[in-house]
Write a protein that binds this ligand. Structure first.
Ligand code: NAD
Length: 367
């Protein structure tokens, strides 16, 4: 028996294809390194709707709440596009995020040397890039009340969404970001719009409070979110960890992600509060990409985003930093030797999904 539990929700489209390669990696760590996981698998998204009539069942939700980490593939597909909003595959993902209270979304933007020429930015701007964006995920503009569209009965309408944050919401995500900075380059940059938004000024003040009272040994800077967007494309290597709210984080993390090339390369983690018994945070790990119905079932999907999401689980849920390093090095090594799926091959020869899995396992075996 092991005290590390993992729930795998492969989902729809390419989800099961990329997750099959992750499963081989998970098994490799158990067999070859004695780092075993108690793995269970279940349904989420369209495939769950077909069986349960809902994008995630209550039983699956319960499992997700009880394990140390959930690893998700992707959800969605055109066959479910016509469903009512409450039944759509994406509801499964939203329910997981909401009920597990996953308030901190971690999106690394890391450029593997072998892929530096695939970026739309110049090689020297991007080579060696390794930054982390922490986006607040459960508050702010996407959730604040009041919200909605009101008909003014004079031929016009008013649309309202509310940017709302409490002290607690800002402080808890800021703590996650400071903790990460301590384990990396010891620098945190907070982004908001304190020049035009009262709630932005309060964000800045609360971040400063956490800094002064709990993390004064970490270097803190502030930047207006629009300037931050410019700096991310001008010279991204100036950053180590960035913390920002839900709306700005949505945009800035996508900007940072595309610096490094393909969607098929991007992992993410969403973390909640630490469990009082184990100290492990509630956690969901998933690639940034969707279910890619255009390439599903053809062996063309790049499994590296999902494999790198598992590396994040090793690091942030299981405190297995060395195993995470080893896996990231294996990915980097496979790329350095020329392993490419179609999305990163720039028109050249390419491997299938499982051949990319083979290449990573070969690097692990050689380590
Ligand atoms: P997508 O990320 O699925 O695909 C966008 C493009 O990137 C496609 O051309 C696809 O082939 C390519 N791509 C994505 N992942 C890849 C990989 N691993 N390897 C190689 N190429 C890859 O986004 P989309 O097309 O806008 O959405 C498709 C479906 O996925 C929709 O139903 C959408 O709602 C859903 N979706 C789900 C998630 C999620 O589960 N987290 C996220 C985004 C979209």
């Amino acid at each position: 028996m092991t005290n590390r539990s993992l729930l795998i929700l492969a989902g729809d489209g390419i989800g099961p294809e990329v997750m099959a390669e992750v499963r081989r990696v998970v098994d490799w760590f158990g067999e070859k390194r004695g780092v075993a996981f108690e793995v269970s698998e279940d349904l989420v998204g369209g495939c769950a709707y077909e069986v349960h009539g809902a994008a995630i069942s209550d039983a699956t939700m319960e499992k997700a709440q009880s394990v140390d980490a959930v690893l998700l593939g992707a959800v969605g597909g055109p066959q479910w596009d016509g469903l009512d909003f409450s039944l759509k595959p994406e509801r499964g993902l939203l329910r997981l995020r909401k009920e597990m209270d996953l308030f901190a979304n971690l999106r690394p933007a890391q450029c593997f040397d072998a892929l530096a020429d695939g970026s739309s930015l110049k090689h020297e701007v991007i080579a060696g890039l390794d930054i982390m964006i922490v986006r607040e995920l459960t508050g702010g503009m996407y959730f604040g009340e009041p919200r909605g569209v009101t008909d003014m009965n004079d031929g016009t309408r008013v649309g309202i969404n509310t940017h709302r944050y409490t002290t607690n919401e800002i402080r808890r995500v800021t703590r996650v970001a400071f903790e990460l900075a301590k384990k990396r380059g010891n620098r945190l940059c907070s982004m908001e719009k304190s020049n035009v938004m009262e709630a932005g000024l309060m964000w800045r003040e609360e971040v400063e409070w956490v800094h002064e009272n709990e993390f004064s040994d970490v270097e803190l800077s502030h930047m207006l979110a629009d300037a931050g967007g410019m700096q991310l494309v001008r010279w991204p290597k100036q950053f180590d960890v960035i913390v920002t709210d839900n709306l700005f984080g949505d945009m800035l993390s996508d900007v940072a992600a595309m610096l490094t090339g393909s969607l098929g390369m991007l992992p993410s983690a969403s973390l909640g509060a630490p469990d009082p018994n184990t100290g492990r945070p509630k956690a969901l790990y998933e690639p940034v990409h969707g279910s890619a119905p255009d390439i599903a079932g053809q062996g063309l999907a790049n499994p590296l985003a999902c494999i790198l999401s598992f590396a994040m689980a090793l690091r942030y849920s299981f405190d297995l930093g060395e195993s995470a390093d080893m896996l990231e090095k294996a990915v980097s090594g496979a790329l350095a030797k020329g392993a490419r799926t179609k999305d990163i091959a720039q028109g050249g020869a390419h491997l299938s999904t499982s051949e990319m899995g083979d290449a990573v396992l070969a690097e692990l075996n050689a380590a």
